[in-house]
Design a protein around this ligand. Structure first.
Ligand code: ADP
Length: 268
């Protein structure tokens, strides 16, 4: 049996989410591409890559308030906003794929906006046969946070984290890894709290509050969203791990099954 890995590379690693301009962190991108290449050369495996939208997707998605209810007369403007976002995240994907291909990785982009649909911001449909076909021929499919049609809201944004959950639930990989810019999950944001406590393992959303004793206001969007998706996978018996992809060789090691610091999300 060939080992299948679904690897997410966070938008936080590849772009500067706080920057007004859409720029790729080319140093990180080159390093991550080379770590993946080294691992694929070392041992055969099926790999699916998911990346976030980072600074390319977040500002236009916010500007056009995609995913919020709107009046009929706003429809043309929302639709154009949808196109703008789709194009922005595609540009990021193109830059990523360009680097990967130049390093000899056989990546093929499979944009979510071209085959996935949602209902109330949750993916409801998306035939993954094309992933299986590409994987069977040795390609590395790449998918990313994107806009998709929504049967309730017309349009919505789906995060790379939701895509991870959808792919893993349907493709049953042996391994699910999320590379981000912190070592894993803490009881509060480690970037703003020196006393944040690290979790080796995370089994329920209540774990976040357990150490604090109160609702943790610092646990914002990104990490909570991620954990919810991964706990859903954990319920299906699929374990995942969040690791720090900013640390050199972490991606290589995790792909090679070597020990890497990180938070395992599992119910057991
Ligand atoms: P990515 O773009 O890599 O998917 P996000 O930016 O969505 O990642 O989420 C990672 C960020 O979440 C970290 O940079 C960190 O500052 C923030 N964060 C907030 N709360 C926590 C927490 N409890 N544990 C770890 N990181 C947290």
């Amino acid at each position: 049996m060939i080992f299948m890995i679904i690897l997410k590379i966070g938008g936080s690693i590849l772009t500067n989410k706080d920057a007004p301009e859409s720029e790729v962190d080319s140093v990180s991108l080159k390093r991550i591409a080379s770590e993946i290449k080294r691992s694929l050369d070392n041992s055969s495996k099926e790999l699916v890559i998911v990346h976030g939208a980072g600074s390319f997707g977040h500002p236009p998605a916010k500007k056009y308030r995609i995913g919020e209810a709107f009046d009929r007369e706003e429809y043309p403007q929302k639709r154009l906003g949808f196109c703008e976002i789709q194009n922005a995240v595609k540009r990021l994907n193109m830059l990523i794929c360009e680097e990967f291909i130049s390093q000899g990785l056989p990546v093929i982009a499979v944009p979510a906006s071209s085959f996935i649909t949602a209902s109330s911001k949750r993916i409801t449909e998306g035939n993954l046969d094309i992933f299986k076909n590409y994987l069977s021929k040795g390609f590395v499919p790449v998918i990313y946070g994107d806009v998709v049609l929504d049967s309730d809201l017309e349009f919505c944004v789906i995060s790379g984290d939701q895509i991870i959950q959808y792919l893993a639930s349907n493709l049953n990989p042996q391994k699910v890894v999320l590379g981000t810019d912190v070592d894993g999950v803490y009881n509060k944001n480690p970037k703003t709290h020196d006393d944040a406590v690290f979790y080796e393992k995370f089994s329920s959303i209540e774990d976040l509050d357990a150490l604090e004793g109160t609702t943790n206001v610092d646990v914002t969007g990104g990490m909570v969203g991620k954990i919810k998706e991964l706990l859903y996978l954990a319920d299906l018996g699929i374990e995942s791990k969040i690791i720090n992809a900013e640390i050199e060789d972490n991606i290589y090691k995790v792909l090679e099954n070597d020990d890497v610091k990180g938070t395992v999300i599992s119910r057991s």
